[in-house]
Design a protein. Structure first.
Length: 591
């Protein structure tokens, strides 16, 4: 990516940590007005590359040249602030300049940091990251270098930042896994892959198209090399006397061919299908749940009946109660009033924002095998813990790394694997996309699309939400929740067409739902009474039959034919029990 009078010119840059070579002899340049997105798999050196460019880390070899007098703004993943200084003082770039103080206040307000006199030590990690982002934006540098700028931002903040970075002739180099953000902000994509750098002169959509062409060409090259390799291998295996000095060039060419032919190109689109997951027809019902923290309303008489196999997305600004809602569902936080009625077959798997708690001295494979040696995919097929980790891009070598050696993204990925290895039938994922690389996100998306259970996802990743969910709850604050039947993009399009209606829709819907459920209650008819009595007998009989079959299946006394027959019958009886139980519950409301 050559440019005349570039802001940044990198030539033949190499960096390693011990025996781990991150990148070798990579070269690129960034010119004024170019907005560059850097993409790579977790643990392959994205953040390290930014640290090397900014002088925070040393390099093994190569040249890094910035244009003379260039003003650089660098957002790191981790920030160190004096815990006693105020938010405004932490914006150290204002230097008492009234105009810069005003700008700082405007940007901090956009990032929802409103108490500018609050000590930094009282802010959460996410709030501190937003102050650090504000610091970079306030300086108006010639070149922005941003490491995961969208982490800890809610959707409105991300959209605002998109607009901010897209306006004018800004120049930036950015690491982010937010594909909507890459598509709308960046005009060049750099891909760090297999220790080399590849340049794509376009946005993320263009990158996807051209990257596939590169991979296809590489596959074709490997295929050609393999054909040549087979014939050359036969020749190399011949006696030394058969190889004259004149054939030395063929030996050299052979070793080059061997290198190409043995090159491993991982297929990162592997789909895992957890087809053995079973979940009954009753999932959960939120029965007029209310919750407030310090007079701040989170939920107010919230009613929702979750459907079987539903994949629900939850969006909303930070602090509107999204995480609190799922914690109440999981029984980790008590509602002030109301309750969650959860089906007996539901087995939750919870990926939380606070879940990264590992023994640093354990190996990656041991962390997972402590949970299970294998995971069942149904139809008699199992994946070992090692195979499962490989699906999520932990190579056999990386599986024997100690936890303390993992990057932040690799730790998040390992945590995700531990949740999935428990084989739940209802996944609750709170910001699962933070710090995950795009390849892992694609694998997770495909896993969730194929997942035969239920899913709730809280995420600010719009691309991820569009691919995974088919229903959205929008938390608008003060207990107002809008129920929208569609994905994120469909919701935004509807909101743009109906701006006034979207503000009042959730309140109306909640009041109508509550009114219908309370005022329209009727008494049982004679026919319904008879059905109710019959259901009680049927349910009791089904429960006894299921218990009897389960006992027989565990007895070891059945023949192969009997075992097969009863194994097929059991899920059918359970399905019938779920349906009759659900109908019994509906009629019991009229009793």
């Amino acid at each position: 990516m050559a440019a005349q009078n570039p802001y940044l010119d990198v030539q033949n840059l190499t960096k390693s940590f011990g025996d781990l070579l991150l990148f070798k002899d990579i070269s690129f340049s960034i010119a004024e007005g170019q907005r560059v997105g850097l993409i790579a798999q977790n643990g392959t050196g994205k953040s390290t590359l930014l640290s090397v460019l900014t002088g925070k880390e040393g390099k093994d070899s190569g040249m890094i040249v910035f244009r003379k007098d260039l003003k650089l703004g660098y957002l790191e993943q981790k920030n160190n602030f004096d815990p006693d200084e105020t938010v405004l003082d932490a914006c150290f770039n204002h230097l008492g300049d009234p105009q810069k103080i005003l700008k700082a206040k405007q940007i901090l307000t956009q990032l929802r940091i409103e108490n500018l006199d609050q000590p930094m030590g009282q802010l959460s990690g996410g709030q501190q990251k937003r102050v650090a982002l504000a610091n970079v934006l306030i300086t108006e540098p010639d070149l922005f270098i941003l490491d995961e700028p969208t982490n800890h931002l809610d959707l409105e903040m991300v959209v605002w930042l998109e607009g901010y970075l897209s306006r004018g002739n800004k120049t930036l180099l950015m690491v982010t896994h937010d594909r909507f953000f890459l598509d709308r902000v960046c005009n060049i994509i750099l891909e760090l892959d297999n220790r080399s750098i590849y340049t794509y002169r376009g946005n993320y959509s263009y990158y996807l198209e051209k990257r596939q062409e590169r991979i296809d060409n590489m596959h074709a090259e490997v295929a050609r090399a393999n054909n040549l390799y087979r014939t050359e291998l036969e020749w190399m295996r011949s006696t030394p006397q058969a190889r004259s000095h004149k054939a030395r060039y063929r030996e050299d060419a052979f070793y080059e061919l061997e290198k190409i032919a043995k090159q491993r190109i991982e297929d990162r689109q592997v789909r895992l299908k957890a087809s053995n997951v079973y979940i009954g027809s009753k999932i959960f019902e939120s029965q007029y749940v209310s919750k407030a923290w310090d007079n701040k309303i989170i939920l107010k008489d919230f009613y929702y009946n979750f459907s079987r196999f539903e994949k629900l997305g939850i969006i909303g600004n930070n602090g509107t109660g999204k995480s609190t809602f799922v914690k109440m569902l999981l029984g980790l936080v008590e509602p002030d009033s109301g309750k969650f009625d959860i089906g007996d077959t539901v087995k939750f798997g919870y990926f939380s924002q606070e879940g990264l708690q590992f023994d640093n001295q354990q190996k990656v494979i041991d962390v997972v095998t402590d949970i299970a040696e294998s995971i069942s995919l149904g139809n008699g097929k199992d994946l070992s813990a090692s195979q499962f980790l490989q699906h999520f891009l932990f190579s056999p070598e990386e599986q024997h790394n100690y936890v303390y050696k993992l990057s932040g993204g690799e730790l998040r990925k390992l945590y995700l694997c531990t949740v999935l290895m428990k084989n739940p039938n209802f996944l609750v994922l709170d910001e699962p996309t933070n710090d995950l690389d795009i390849q892992t996100l694609q694998i997770l998306e495909n896993y969730l699309m194929d997942f035969a259970g239920c899913v709730i996802v809280i995420s600010h990743d719009r691309y991820f939400m569009d691919k995974v969910v088919d229903h959205i709850l929008v938390f608008k604050g003060e207990g107002v929740i809008q129920d929208f039947p569609g994905n994120y993009t469909q919701y935004r399009e509807w909101e743009e067409l109906n701006p006034a209606e979207s503000k009042t829709e959730s309140k109306k819907e909640k009041e109508v739902t509550k009114s219908n459920l309370s005022n329209d209650k009727k008494k049982m008819s004679y026919k319904e009474k008879r059905e109710f009595e019959s259901l009680e007998k049927d349910i009791e009989l089904l429960e006894n039959n299921i218990k009897e079959i389960e006992t027989e299946l565990c007895s070891g006394n059945l023949s192969i034919d009997e075992l097969t027959e009863k194994s097929k019958l059991l899920p059918t009886l359970k399905e019938e029990l779920d349906e009759k139980s659900l109908r019994w519950l509906a009629l019991s409301e009229l009793a």
